[in-house]
Design a protein around this ligand. Structure first.
Ligand code: ATP
Length: 301
């Protein structure tokens, strides 16, 4: 469990995180979304004890990172995959981390297997591709078998196979009952990976929602086509719907869902040729939510 409570982090005159509060629960992938400079990395760094809060709290399993007795067994993180000495072999890098945390080498082999690096365990990290480094960073995060995992922009720069692999891993880790927080500035990615979304802009909370709720919130009514539109307008209006003419002779209905529209039409023997619930794409919803909180908006916007 992750809990951020009224967290504020200032760097000199810059407020990177501004009274931010949210919780991340186990058993789900929570996407941590926001435009560049929104404060995602800062929040994660404070959660991991790499930066101190200016005020408020960032808690893992009920306490600040510094209070965790066996941190590597409680929380694992991937912040910057490039931060491994290139001369080290993958196995030795993880072995050193494991030893300094009282973890046996058998676990090193296990995590290398899980991230698909078993075959290159004895190779030097300097020759690794970005995707392989990313996997190595994830292996390190998994070493202590922690219940809480944080990944900062894990798919940046990866090819489609790498992106899919990370997506499936996150989902598997959540299905094992872990708390998974993954930051991104791409809604298109989170739409496929996350169950819940915490959206921030300029350090502040914009939305804390499930992907489903967000889609519903930005629903755009139902498009209906019938050979007897006048009658249908009467029936749907009487049922509490608001009906407007749409392009090509179709009707746009708000206030009733597709099932209600179908049932009413059937009850009155009115044929329907099309019933299409419409919603803004999550990308559009995200753009709308974060409009005004991007660091460098387009000129004139
Ligand atoms: N060490 C620091 N010193 C000064 N300012 C900082 C520092 N770290 C972050 N900031 C500022 O805090 C704000 C939030 O940055 P942060 O990196 O947390 O955002 P982010 O949401 O992770 O963005 P990105 O998607 O670009 O990584 C930015 O304005 C950034 O310039």
């Amino acid at each position: 469990m992750i809990e951020v409570r009224e967290l504020t982090k200032r760097y000199g005159g810059t407020v990177a995180v501004d009274r931010l509060s949210f919780r991340v629960r186990p058993g789900a992938v929570t996407g941590f979304l926001g435009p560049n400079g929104a404060g995602k990395s800062t929040t994660m760094r404070v959660l991991l004890g790499l930066d101190a809060p200016s005020s408020g709290a960032a808690l893992v399993n009920g306490g600040p990172y510094a209070a965790l007795r066996r941190p590597m067994h409680e929380v694992g993180a991937l912040l910057d995959a490039g931060a491994v000495h290139g001369g080290r072999r993958a196995f030795d890098h993880l072995g050193w981390l494991a030893r300094s945390n009282g973890i046996g080498t058998r676990r090193v082999a296990e995590v290398l297997e899980r991230v698909g690096l078993a075959g290159v365990a004895r190779k030097r990290v300097g020759g690794f591709s970005l995707g392989m480094r990313q996997r190595l960073g994830i292996a390190a995060a998994l070493l202590g078998d922690p219940g809480v995992l944080m990944f900062d922009e894990p798919v940046n720069g990866l090819d489609p196979d790498g992106v899919r692999w990370i997506r499936e891993l996150m989902r598997a880790l959540a299905a094992e009952g872990r708390t998974v927080l993954v930051s991104s500035h791409l809604m298109s990615e989170m739409e496929l990976t996350a169950d819940r979304l915490v959206v921030i802009g300029r350090g502040r909370l914009i939305a804390d929602t499930s992907v489903r709720e967000l889609a519903d919130r930005f629903a755009r009514g139902v498009l209906v086509r019938s050979p007897r539109p006048e009658e249908l307008v009467g029936v749907l209006s009487a049922a509490g719907g608001t009906v407007e003419a749409a392009a090509g002779g179709a009707l746009s209905v708000a206030g009733l869902d597709a099932t209600q529209i179908g049932d009413r039409a059937a009850a009155h023997g009115i044929p329907l040729y099309e019933v299409t619930p419409r919603s803004a794409s999550l990308e559009e919803a995200y753009m709308e939510l974060t409009a005004g909180s991007t660091e460098f908006g387009a000129v004139g916007s």
